[in-house]
Design a protein. Structure first.
Lengths: 155, 155
């Protein structure tokens, strides 16, 4: 796959980011370090929680999405970073070994006025489970480099 | 500290969540698993990046905040989870061993109409470095249990 520039993202594009999952051990290891609430770290206590079973930290599912995004998209782009994300929603519990598919839909594409070598893409990012249910969604903000010929022609 | 209920959060309250930091090894370990971009995983390549040095993944700084929130607040509340967060902003690079202070400011407090045993708190969550600069901010949404006497009196 050739490198993607800002100009290669079109509003409406849906990009498949492959799939991932987290084992019970990985869910517990993440949560012990970053989100040690009982239903994320202890299968026994999780039985008595509102979830009824061990579930991944919402931050863990967001991090799993990020890994798919880096491996299957960002590493083939001229990525210039991100100032953050909006509307992160942990819509459904994520269970051990659940197969999670990542996808990114391009919502907006805007050339930067202040930085002519850069464009801003806004996206809807989703993780979908095997039943087709959206378990996590967020609105992404991405800075991408512009095609050199375009950028240079504006100098 | 006694358990905090929904009623114990007042708009304008600023809650100190203590401090944390991540070593270069921890920054690299997180990023290798969840955000393997060169400036997060390789100090040599990071020198040639826009950052000029190794920096933590934004998701890592958000996760570091979450750990402070769980240890220093959520574990002393009747936490009923969170549907997500808004306006996550990675405002400044986070470097190895930087001391990061967490704080939460209560922005809004709303009793739930559909679930009388619950209230919703909206918050501004921030990580601040030793120079007093905000390195990460987000708007939190938190579900907390109501004081039993209040909840029961409405039955």
């Amino acid at each position: 796959m050739p490198t993607r520039y800002f100009e290669d993202f079109q509003v409406g594009d849906v990009i498949n980011l492959g799939s991932t999952s987290a084992s019970a051990e990985e869910i517990i290891a993440f949560a012990k370090q970053y989100d040690p609430q009982p239903f994320h770290v202890d299968p026994e206590q999780a039985k008595h929680s509102a979830f009824g079973t061990l579930v991944a930290s919402g931050w863990h599912s967001s991090a799993l999405f990020m890994r798919l995004l880096v491996d299957n998209l960002l590493n083939d782009t001229i990525s210039m970073g991100s100032p953050g994300v909006d509307e992160v929603r942990w819509r459904r519990p994520v269970h051990p070994d659940e197969r999670l598919q990542g996808r990114l839909t391009v919502l907006e594409s805007t050339a930067s006025k202040s930085r002519p070598n850069m464009g801003v893409i806004r996206s809807l990012c989703e993780l979908v489970n095997q039943e087709g249910e959206i378990v996590m969604s967020l609105k992404g903000l991405h800075f991408f480099g512009r095609r050199p010929e375009f950028f240079q022609s504006r100098e």
